[in-house]
Ligand binder design. Structure first.
Ligand code: FAD
Ligand code: SIN
Length: 540
């Protein structure tokens, strides 16, 4: 008989008696927009430790192209931004979250400008572009299509100036430390020191999404869902994991790594054509290329099938070389690397996994249901996006909720004892079963199955097959104890993939970014969230 598959509480065994420990008031895990915003909003009399698994700029934030949304134009208002966000969310937005984010947006932008972010201007005013589902021009950008990099650099510079903040780069968070249902920091690893404990009174999880569980993705290599998996092991509830957003336009050149072509390119007049050169989006939606992303992605897949072609084309030839080069310098350079001249050539594109809408469930103060554990940014599910995210709303979400988490942490600290708890903590000793595994092979197989069966279009049989395969891999990967990030990341990716596939299997309807070809309509009975937590039962 097969032994039950139970989730181990910790990925490695450890004991607080024999590993190095550091102590801090607040531990922030992740140095993207959410983590950095949290650090900057913490009072300067607190000790803060910021850890990140690569260097400070690692993660999705620095890759962001399109921009950040805020109602700043004279013909725009937070109410309109609210209405567009709620409409895109297909009945699943938490309207209170949407209200506070859209109302807070202009202030957060002013704060960013104060911190040194120079947004692009046109004729003296801030240049605002449009993206799908936004009925007004409300997307600010910087250095054309390098918004994320500009924002990240400014925030990181301000963080480095803070004397109360210690930054540990190349420090991998393995697991959150818990005792008596509260979080006490994290178990971490560095190549030079091995496994360590970062003990904290308050922990803010800001580890980003999980796009790398898919073969085709816009996300950088490090985005492997670690935070979602570790929060799940620590007892936090997860919400809406079936809602993975697929970005419609990723440069598709066989053999090259996938790279995003911003939606803002369509906002500035780029159109989509099929292999016959026909512009097809007007036939699918009245807003054509600026329809919500899920509709554009599915229309592209439909055209690829109909024309039996591995991609469609983005046509920006009407923009002219000069405009393209000044407005989208990164994208222009990228195309040229593959001998594509955007002002003359059609650009081959197709959809790829882009954004995790679900995540660790939080309230509006960033609290998870593990005491003293807060979460913000892409790892969190605040309810802002509902079943579909509007472009450029997630940098904004990181700014707003990073700050809110910091405020909650500071408030919590006021009522906590001065001294840090130093209870003995240990992960149960386990039988290390190192075995002889080809981790890269399992990882590639996982990504392919996720792309094929849990991708833009899903159906029951494919999801069952995906679950069967993932469960099979879990059986021989999850009982191992690894010594380096590649193994831990694979374990996290398996956990997250399984939970995404389970949620997608459960939701027998189509809503927002979740499309089931066997249940193609939205079902009012399903206008609710899927919330998962580890019950300690057999996981299969
Ligand atoms: P990230 O920026 O991904 O940062 C996560 C951090 O956590 C990193 O520092 C990482 O090193 C760290 N981390 C992860 N795991 C561990 C671990 N185990 N131990 C230690 N550290 C860990 N959104 C917009 O609003 N506008 C855009 O124009 C836009 N363009 C995008 C373009 C691309 C190519 C991509 C991929 C995304 C884009 N998005 C955009 C989405 C947006 O960039 C992200 O949702 C957002 O940046 C997430 O911020 P974050 O702080 O939550 O996570
Ligand atoms: C893009 O530039 O198209 C991405 C914007 C986003 O994901 O918010």
């Amino acid at each position: 008989m097969r032994k039950p598959l139970r989730l181990r509480r910790y990925l490695v065994h450890f004991s607080s008696y024999n590993i190095p420990q550091v102590f801090t008031d607040v531990l922030v895990i992740g140095s993207g927009v959410a983590g950095l915003s949290a650090v900057l909003a913490l009072p300067e009399d607190l000790s803060v430790l910021l850890i990140t698994k690569g260097d400070l700029s690692n993660g999705s934030t620095a890759e962001a192209q399109g921009g950040v949304a805020a109602a700043l134009a004279p013909d725009d208002s937070p109410e309109d931004h609210f209405a567009d966000t709620v409409e895109a969310g297909c009945g699943l937005c938490d309207e209170e979250a949407v209200r506070l984010v859209t109302e807070d947006a202009p202030e957060r932008i002013r704060e960013l400008i104060g911190r040194g972010v120079m947004f692009d201007r046109e004729e003296g005013d801030y240049a605002l572009t449009r993206e799908g589902g936004h009925r007004r021009r409300r997307i600010l950008h910087a250095n054309g299509d390098a918004t994320g990099r500009v924002m990240h650099d400014a925030l990181a510079e301000r963080v480095r100036e803070r004397p109360n903040v210690q930054v540990f780069e190349r420090t991998f968070a393995l697991d959150l430390l818990t005792l008596d249902s509260g979080c006490h920091g994290a178990l971490t690893w560095q190549a030079t020191h091995g496994v360590m404990m970062a003990r904290a009174k308050q922990t803010i999880l800001a580890t980003g999404g999980c796009g790398r569980v898919y073969r085709e993705t816009t996300n950088p290599e490090s985005v492997t869902g670690d935070g979602i998996a570790m929060a799940f092991r620590a007892g936090a509830s997860l919400q809406d994991l079936e809602f993975i957003q697929f970005h419609p336009t990723i440069l598709y050149v066989a053999g090259a790594s996938r790279a995003l072509i911003s939606e803002a390119v369509r906002g500035e007049g780029g159109v989509l054509r099929n292999r016959e050169g026909e512009r097809f989006m007007p036939g699918y939606h009245p807003d054509a290329e600026l329809a919500p992303r899920d509709i554009v992605s599915r229309s592209i897949v439909e055209e690829m099938k109909r024309t039996d072609h591995p991609h469609v084309y983005l046509d920006v030839t009407s923009m002219g070389a000069e405009r393209m080069e000044s407005r989208f310098p990164t994208i222009t350079a990228l195309c040229r690397r593959f001998e594509l001249e955007p002002s003359e050539d059609l650009i081959p594109v197709r959809p790829a996994a882009h954004y995790m809408i679900g995540g660790v469930r939080t309230d509006l103060r960033g609290r998870t249901d593990v005491e003293n554990l807060l979460a913000c940014g892409e790892v969190a599910c605040t309810g802002l996006h509902g079943a579909n995210r509007l472009g450029s709303n997630s940098l904004l979400e990181g700014l707003v909720f990073g700050r809110r988490c910091a405020r909650t942490a500071a408030e919590n600290l006021r009522t906590m004892p001065e001294a840090l708890s130093v209870h003995a903590l240990q992960g149960l000793p386990q039988e290390p079963a190192y075995g002889n595994l080809n981790l890269t092979d399992v990882e590639n197989s996982l990504k392919s199955v996720m792309w094929r069966d849990v991708g833009v279009e899903r159906e029951g049989e494919g999801l069952d097959e995906a679950l069967e395969m993932i469960t099979f891999w879990c059986r021989y990967v999850m009982d191992k104890e690894f010594r380096e990030p590649q193994g831990w990341q694979l374990q996290n990716m398996l956990v997250v993939s399984r939970l995404i596939a389970m949620s997608a299997r459960q939701r027998e309807e189509s809503r927002g970014v979740h499309f089931r070809s066997d249940f193609p309509e939205a079902d009012p009975g399903w206008q609710r969230h899927i919330v998962i937590s580890d019950t300690g039962q057999d996981w299969l």
